[in-house]
Write a protein that binds this ligand. Sequence first.
Ligand SMILES: C[S@@+](CC[C@H](N)C(=O)[O-])C[C@H]1O[C@@H](n2cnc3c(N)ncnc32)[C@H](O)[C@@H]1O
Length: 356
Amino acid sequence: MHKELADRPDIITTEIEAIGFYRKMDTKATVEEMIAGKYVLVEEFYSNGLQVLNELRRNLLLKYQDKTFQGQRDFRAAFRKASHRLLLKVKENKLVVKKAPAFGWLELLYPDVSEFYVAFPEVQGMNSSWQWYEKGLEVKTLNLTLHPYYGTYFPTRFDHLKLFDKWLKKYEGSKENAIEIGVGSGVLSFQLIQNGFKNIFATDTNKNAIIGVAQESKRLGFENIIELNHGDLFENCNTKADLIVFNPPWLPAKHTLEEGIDKAMYYEEELFPRFFEQALEHLTPEGKIVLIFSNLAEVVDEETPHPIIEELRANKRFRKELHLKRDVRASSRRTKRRDAREKEKVELWVLSPKVK
Ligand SMILES: C[S@@+](CC[C@H](N)C(=O)[O-])C[C@H]1O[C@@H](n2cnc3c(N)ncnc32)[C@H](O)[C@@H]1O
């Protein structure tokens, strides 16, 4: 599975017609060309690319002054489109420009090609993802540092892990088989392993999550305990589990979802009904579902239905065993904000199937 190519930013491998950008050139005129549809290639220093992007932002802010939600969305779309016409050249899997950041993704994600053009914002994204991958993310609940793979969701706040840990420590049922849907960076599966679960089947629709967790499991010596599958929900899962764990996306999507991180944040209407229907088929008679959720969507808009409460109300398939809540701590005490996030709580739901 992990020999497969990862999802990675699009590249251009053919020769292209582009305006070469040098630091003494007219940035304003260059940006106008980019907006009109021309490619621009940063030729000298990496920082020249930043200079062009700053000018592009300034230019588009003047054109997109509408501060409504839609107006801001239009601005971001225009910026995204034009900024992706700003290119960097890669040779021998390294950026050619001077004073460019060095990061390993150009080699690791492109083992099949060494010379190509890639959009500047994608390079920025790869560079910041590399910092996390290299340095690692310290997860105190696990007493581990994890190395999240490119394009994978990983937690930056840990309240839900603490809640899950508290519950796991009291769990007295069988620990033979667990299924995790949406494994992400592997945090919840690793918690299950550390708490004595013997076999875990973990899935994700994001191919990079599967590649990353395969690497991490190997590094941590968990590879015989965890079986990974790139797929939708319970696809290719033939076991019945004592525990099914899912930390789903927390916000209803108002747009068409893209593969990758988008599906970690937003859910389509059908996700929860499909999950509950399939979960029922994959539970032992004594089995339980543990869902991590948040009231974030309700805090933003009171009318948003809560998909777990909806399931319990509309279908008589599951019984609520437990519903724990925990305040979400501000990520930094100094920047404590007085906004919707103050009312935010993470939730842990335990459901068991009703006897048919
Ligand atoms: C909020 S993240 C949670 C990741 C990790 N379990 C954690 O707790 O940090 C949700 C994960 O579910 C995955 N996902 C979304 N829809 C899915 C589906 N239909 N089947 C499998 N995984 C899905 C996303 O790609 C993402 O990795």
